[in-house]
Design a protein around this ligand. Structure first.
Ligand code: FE2
Ligand code: FE2
Length: 450
């Protein structure tokens, strides 16, 4: 009997192959190798079992009555991805050829819009005879299939970041592929429905967790770099590098207190050493994470005029990725202060940061940043000059002070307004803190996050 361990491992290799296809493309050697792995693990099982049915029950991976909880947890983005394609059951039959499997995995990663025929016709066309897909024949299959929700993506990525951090701090191996897959999904969320994920990032700053800060810096850096023209692969590299910018700080804090640092804790005292230490820690993972996280960890407090830390013996302009992450890092850190006593409003943050133009920040880059993010970021709750309450839904690149807003209160006066067009009539008068007086509007804002 093929034991459960082999079945779980076949499942695992199938999911890894999906990741490899999405991250590296279908012509990459790593993808081809991953298909080999899936094939050999399935082949061995099929020799004994004749057919193998993998199921997705709710959000768990299952085989027969067995549910692979651990695997389900670590493979949530891939599970949600399959479910979004309407796949709850995959059956492999004895006699399956490697070419069929290869075509099947290619089918799984091809966007539905690009497949013109019905799935069964498409399978016939590709010669896929010994694999079938469908819904589970249980009560659950009648339920509506949940599409990937951005909140889910966000939560899942937090878990991945947390796990990778712990592994790095404990010098364990890391699953960089799974991490990249997660970040890749976030990036796709950014290009498709970026308003949603940015709103989420804006609201998540209220939780004040370290990992939320790291993920927000990563999301912002990816959003910013993609909008200024970086290609997808580079955007992903910058996003991953941004995640690790403060790993040195985490390390020192954990060593001294035995617990993870909050987003603001110990920043100043550790500024100098955490950049160097972070780079050293990441150097151990250069084969899996690449060089960029090391560069960014080392340079993110360097400042454009090199008057930050660490002090360089041979002064050299910071890498563009470090300059991007540094802007997003400071922006998110200031943004968080909002929920605390200091209560920094977005326009105050803009004024503070623009003062650093040419000193802390590369002048053109900081200007571009605010053109893209706006003074009032997407998801901000604001009071209009006519007394109505609105939420910012989109920016106006050519007038960073006048975004597009949706009036949410009073309910009978709901409407979308492009403030750039109505400047003489209505403008933003002030900011409403979502932790205080803005609390009652949070649910209305959040509707757009899922
Ligand atoms: Fe830092
Ligand atoms: Fe930071």
């Amino acid at each position: 009997m093929a034991d459960l361990e082999n079945i779980e491992s076949a499942f695992r290799s199938l999911l890894a192959s999906l990741q490899a296809a999405k991250l590296y493309g279908l012509e990459h050697l790593l993808f081809k190798k991953s298909v080999e792995n899936v094939y050999s693990s399935l082949h061995n099982i099929l020799m004994e079992k004749k057919e193998l049915v993998f199921g997705i029950v709710e959000e768990e991976l299952a085989f027969g009555k067995e549910v692979f909880f651990d695997l389900s947890k670590s493979a949530r983005p891939e599970i949600l991805y399959l479910k979004s394609k309407g796949i709850e059951r995959i059956t492999f039959y004895i006699g399956m050829q490697k070419e069929e499997l290869d075509n099947f995995i290619r089918f799984l990663v091809t966007p539905r819009a690009e497949i013109e025929t019905k799935t069964s016709d498409h399978f016939a066309l590709l010669g896929i005879k010994n694999i079938s897909i469908g819904k589970l024949k249980t009560d659950i299959s009648d339920k509506e299939i949940k599409v990937i929700s951005l909140s889910n993506l966000y939560e899942n990525s937090i878990t991945k970041v947390q796990k990778t951090f712990t592994n790095i701090l404990e010098t364990e191996t890391i699953d960089s592929l799974a991490l990249r897959f997660s970040i890749n999904n976030i990036m796709e969320g950014l290009t498709g429905k970026y308003q949603g994920i940015l709103t989420l990032a804006t609201l998540k700053t209220l939780d004040l967790g370290m990992y939320e800060h790291l993920l927000n810096v990563s999301i912002l850096s990816m959003y910013f770099s993609s909008r200024i023209g970086f290609v997808k692969e580079d955007v992903l590299d910058i996003g991953v590098a941004a995640l690790f910018h403060d790993i040195g700080r985490q390390y020192i804090f954990r060593k001294t207190t035995g617990r993870p640092a909050g987003p603001q804790e110990g920043v100043s005292a550790l500024d100098e050493s955490h950049t160097i230490l972070g780079a050293k820690l990441l150097l151990r993972y250069v084969d899996t994470l690449g060089i960029l996280p090391i560069v960014v960890a080392f340079e993110h407090h360097l400042k454009y005029n090199l008057k930050g830390t660490p002090k360089l013996f041979f002064p050299k302009k910071p890498h563009i990725a470090s300059m991007i992450v540094s802007i997003c890092d400071i922006y998110d850190s200031l943004f968080r202060k909002r929920g605390r006593k200091t209560d920094y409003s977005p326009d105050l943050i803009y004024n503070l940061m623009i003062k650093g133009k040419g000193e802390s920040f590369e002048p053109r880059l900081i200007d571009r940043f605010f053109k893209i993010i706006g003074v009032w970021p997407i998801g901000s709750i604001v009071r209009l000059s006519d007394g109505r309450i609105a939420v910012v839904r989109d920016e106006n690149e050519y007038d960073i002070f006048s975004p597009q807003v949706e009036v949410i209160s009073p309910p009978e006066k709901k409407e979308f307004i492009d403030l750039k067009e109505k400047k003489d009539i209505v403008r933003i008068d002030g900011y409403i803190n979502p932790l205080k007086e803005g609390k009652e509007f949070l649910d209305t804002v959040k509707v757009f996050c899922t």
